[in-house]
Design a protein. Sequence first.
Lengths: 309, 351
Amino acid sequence: MSADGGIGIWGVPLAMLAGAIRVSTPFIFVSLGECLTERSGRINLGLEGTLMMGAMSAYGTALLSGSPWLGVLVAALVGLLLGALHAGLCQLPKVNDIATGIGLMLFGTGLAFFLGKPYIQPKAPNLGAIDLGWWSSVPQVRQALQVNHLFIVGILLAVALAWALKNTRWGLIVRLAGESVDAALAIGASVGRVRLIATSVGGAFAGIGGAFLSLYYPGSWNEGLSSGQGLMAVALVIFARWDPIRCLWASLLFGAAGAVSPALQSIGVTQGYYLFSAAPYILTLALMIATCSPARSLRGAPGELGAVR
Amino acid sequence: MNTAFERIAVSALALLASAVLFGLLLTFYAGVDPLEAYALMYQGAFGSWFSFQNTLTRAAPLILTALCTALPARLGLMIIGNEGALVAGGVAAAAAGVAVSGTTPLLAQLVMAAAAMAAGGAWIALAGGLRHYRGVNETISSLLLTYIAIALMNHFVEGPLRDPSSLNKPSTHPIGDANMIGAIGGTDVHWGLAFGIVACVLCYLVQRFTTFGFAMQVIGGNPKTARMMGLDVGRHVLVACGAGGAAAGLAGMVEVAAVHGKANASLAVGYGYAGILVSFLARHHPLAIIPVAILLGGIGASGGLLQRRLDLPDAAVVVLQGIIFVAILASETLYGRSWRWLWRIKAAEGR
């Protein structure tokens, strides 16, 4: 192994860091979107479809216009529309939000493959990266610290969302809609409209996460682009117990867990590393088992969120 | 109120709406005549004996995985871990099949089916048990268990169970041609379809004619009443979830023993998620699952023909399935209201 620059075993944590930063960015956006949606009292299992539609529309736009950032914007708009569709359907009486989410997941991925067929071959402009590793002479360190702008935007978004949920009137109304419909009605808020807005904005976040997939890493459009990040976001939000800042940490953890297998493989460990990719789910399940009891639902769970009751 | 008629009318309305929506997409985006496309789809799904067999083959795993949602739904539980149970069953079947491959085929097949049903059943019974005894939400835990199952499958097919000769696509050792379950006499349709239909009929009979089935209905209707009646809710939850998981596990065994011949990543291609929707479309009724799964299998089977004749992307049929699912789920809102609405129009006309 001559390419490891003489850092040997340290390559593993470094590759995990690099992987965590790269792989976690779509997780950050999707989980923040899911977090916002669930805080308003609704679950959206269709974010996987939103993610794929975001990835496809961003790639197509970037290819046709030459501007990747325009692609990100279009992806956010597409996500907004899909979120609004989900919210609008779930608003109808007797419509089940979990099943609708799965239906929209299938619809979104199918539509993305259908409309995205012409974009599989051509190469769209990439979003590019900020070089934060200029101070180091070790190539792996420099490579690990190639950070995309959207990663930083994601961190800021998590902080802003946490602050807004806690300190603004708007955040209070979202939380009320999620905790108690009666209380929200008592202060004169329209629960339906709050959930519509929260679900749509959540969808827009997921769309941006998809744009990252197709325009930065892995950086192309094909049908195997997503490895289920949209569905995993549901687990992630529970693991983070509906807190945007914890969503950020959980995304990094999920990203690192995904990056550990290739990193271990590169230093010659060939056994057992797939179990690492199950670690986040086992941890989430263990957390749920530990904090639930027949009498009480999860700590931190929004009271109106039927899906975790 | 004629509820059976209402059910059919509302579903037909939703199907019609989906057909119109998909037709608009075909006309304005792909420039294809939708009527021609639908005629081709009918041909590709049910038009010939060959295509009908393809349809039935695709329907088989959907019937079995749908039961995994439908049975617990009777108790008011929403399980979405069908994919995980299928994968667990498939890996267990392959492991068992390799272990007993030297014996007679019938014994090997029975052992494979038993192993798959035990693994899938345990997987979903775990979600049900956690719900009942610890209050852990079964929807989320079954979704998590799906990811754990897929990771375990990757671990086993890349590690302990790997066939060294499977280079590009890591797989278990093949279970051997002699042990494959093969096709129903005179057709190309594998036995998974028969297993699925028998399982659905059994579930219907149990739900309709036994005390156990009646107890399930009571628990689903009102758990408090059920407890006051002295019903053992936990036992019913475990049995219903276990049976549903066993059906999905059997789907995994069929994929291994009738299609692939070994376990690998081809097990997790979304039959489980499609099964959830089949169950919802059938309104969790065991007998309704069969035609719904055949309809969806047919849509899937017609994709190839659309691609060849009209140059449509193969994802076109997935879009149509997605539209149908969403339309039918949204049409739930019409139940009990469509009649009132019609009646009001009549009343207005009579005035």
